[in-house]
Every structure is written in structure tokens, then in C-alpha cells.
Design a protein around this ligand. Structure first.
Ligand code: G3P
Ligand code: MG
Length: 275
């Protein structure tokens, strides 16, 4: 079973902005991924105290910045001053946290332009506000970028014609994103099988399901594709698992292992259709 319309995203997506070889969810990680041949980056987005969307996986700042605060307790100017790199290694000390806007700007300027999957990760009680803020910010920056490049007439398959993909485990956040910017593509994230998965995705106008690798079976991939939903899997770090998922018709795989799946790796054939 294949999807009945083109899936505009690459086969390989770097997890947390390619964040094993460099500090996760930073521009340095994305830059490293670009250098290694990746063309799409999954990044986790939360809101600062005053509502600025920025990249952070955890609901606490402690693990990646050493600061004993909730991720929504500091303002964006305060967050910008934090060191989000030393926890990874001294080579990356003083790496700053990027905002969603900075990531979009950075990806547009990559050669070739990189695509983004923003995972909306609301803090407690902030589902709707985070979904809305992320969608509004992506839409505003997308419009500004495409206006700026309009006279360049990007070709049909140019990344500037491919919107960022918004995804979330949080149904309320996806619904708020849908209300704020219905034209932005959305994907429902699932950590495990859910009896309502197809209907939930359809009700939210999603184009894809992003499921944990253990959730996918041949039958589930078939069901999703039959419902017109693309299939994406996270986090795929083993070549054998990647091959199995691709055999089942999964369109894109989110990986931590840039070293294993990059263009120069021993598994280059797995990378044949891009990423
Ligand atoms: O978006 C897929 C994946 O990133 C979800 O898991 O915890 O790494 O954000 P997590
Ligand atoms: Mg994520």
C-alpha cells in the first residue's frame, strides 16, 4: 500500500535537531545535520514565560541548561542567556537556546534549505496557547520568508514550497494549531496504539501519523495509508528496524543516528530517496 498523493518530506528526519552529536534542539545540532546531508529536522517547542515559542524538550530546564526552573518560568531574554551546550560536552559550551523564529530563519539560509518538523510540547495547562502560538509563529515567518524569496521563483520541488510540519501528542494543541493556521500541515504523534488514532487524526485534519517504532505493524501502516495518512516513525536508530518499517510503507523515519544514516555511512542505500 502506498500513499495516494506525494509526501513532500524526506525519508530521513533528524531527531531533536540532530541532537546526539551536538546539543539537542540547538542551531549547532541542525548545522551538523545539514553538513551530514540531512534535509529535515524534528525540534521540540515550548513557550517562554511571555509566550515566545522556543526549542526545549523537557518541561524543566535542568538537564540541558543546569537551571532549576520550569521551562515556562523564564522570559525569552532570560532564556537566551543560558548555556544549552555544556551539558553535552565542553566543545559546545555557551551554545544558546534558539527560538522557533531563529530556527526557521536558519533553515531557510541553509544550502539547500532545510525543512522542519516542530513538535508542539505544551507545559501543563498550556495546550491551546502553545498550539496557537506555534502555528501563528510558523505562519508569520513562513509568509515573510516566501514573500522575501518570491521573485526567485522557487521550482516546484523547492523546500520553500514545503511548509514546516507541526506535530503533537496533545490533541488540544493540534486543534488550536488547526484553528490558528489551518493551511499548515499537522501530524498526530502516538507513543503507542490508540483505538481512535485514525479518527482523531482525521478530525484534526492531519496529513500524517508519527508513531513510535514499536507501534507500527504492517496492518497499522496499511490502515493509515488507506485512510490517506502518511506514516512516520520515531525514533529509528537500527538499520534492521528502519528496513522493516520501510518495507511496511512508512514514508519517513526520525533518527538520532546521523552517523549511521548519513549520506556517507555504510547504510547509504537506505538513504536513497533523500534525507
Ligand atoms: O516527534 C517525535 C519524537 O520527538 C517524540 O519524542 O520525547 O523525543 O520528543 P520526544
Ligand atoms: Mg520530539
Amino acid at each position: 500500500m502506498t500513499l495516494d498523493r506525494p509526501w513532500p518530506y524526506p525519508q530521513w528526519i533528524a531527531h531533536r535537531g540532530a541532537g546526539l552529536s551536538a546539543p539537542e534542539n540547538t542551531l549547532k545540532a541542525i548545522q551538523m545535520g545539514v553538513t551530514m546531508g540531512f534535509r529535515m529536522f524534528e525540534c521540540d517547542v515550548r513557550l517562554s514565560k511571555e509566550g515566545v515559542p522556543y526549542l526545549m524538550h523537557d518541561d524543566l530546564l535542568l538537564r540541558t541548561t543546569g537551571q532549576p526552573h520550569a521551562s515556562n518560568a523564564l522570559t525569552w531574554p532570560e532564556l537566551q542567556r543560558l548555556d544549552a551546550g555544556s551539558w553535552h560536552s565542553s566543545a559546545f559550551s555557551d551554545t544558546p537556546i534558539p527560538s522557533l523564529a531563529q530556527v526557521m530563519e536558519f533553515c531557510t539560509q541553509s544550502q539547500p534549505e532545510a525543512l522542519v518538523n516542530f513538535e508542539i510540547k505544551p507545559n501543563l495547562g498550556e495546550s491551546a496557547s502553545t498550539g496557537r502560538a506555534v502555528a501563528n509563529a510558523v505562519q508569520a515567518h513562513w509568509r515573510a520568508q516566501t514573500d522575501r524569496h518570491r521573485q526567485d521563483q522557487p521550482p516546484e520541488d523547492h523546500p520553500l514550497r514545503t511548509h514546516p510540519l507541526l506535530s503533537s501528542f496533545d490533541l488540544k494543541a493540534l486543534s488550536a494549531a488547526q484553528d490558528a493556521a489551518p493551511e499548515l500541515p499537522r501530524a498526530l504523534l502516538l507513543a503507542q496504539a490508540d483505538p481512535n488514532w485514525i479518527v482523531n487524526a482525521q478530525n484534526l485534519g492531519c496529513c500524517a501519523i508519527v508513531g513510535h517504532s514499536s507501534m507500527w505493524t504492517k496492518l497499522r501502516a496499511h490502515e493509515a495509508l488507506q485512510a490517506g495518512l502518511a506514516c512516520v516513525s520515531y525514533t529509528v536508530n537500527e538499520p534492521e528496524v528502519a528496513q522493516q518499517l520501510m518495507d511496511w510503507g512508512i514514508q519517513s523515519l526520525i533518527t538520532d543516528r546521523m552517523d549511521v544514516f548519513s549520506r556517507n555511512s555504510a547504510h547509504q542505500p537506505l538513504n536513497a530517496s533523500g534525507g
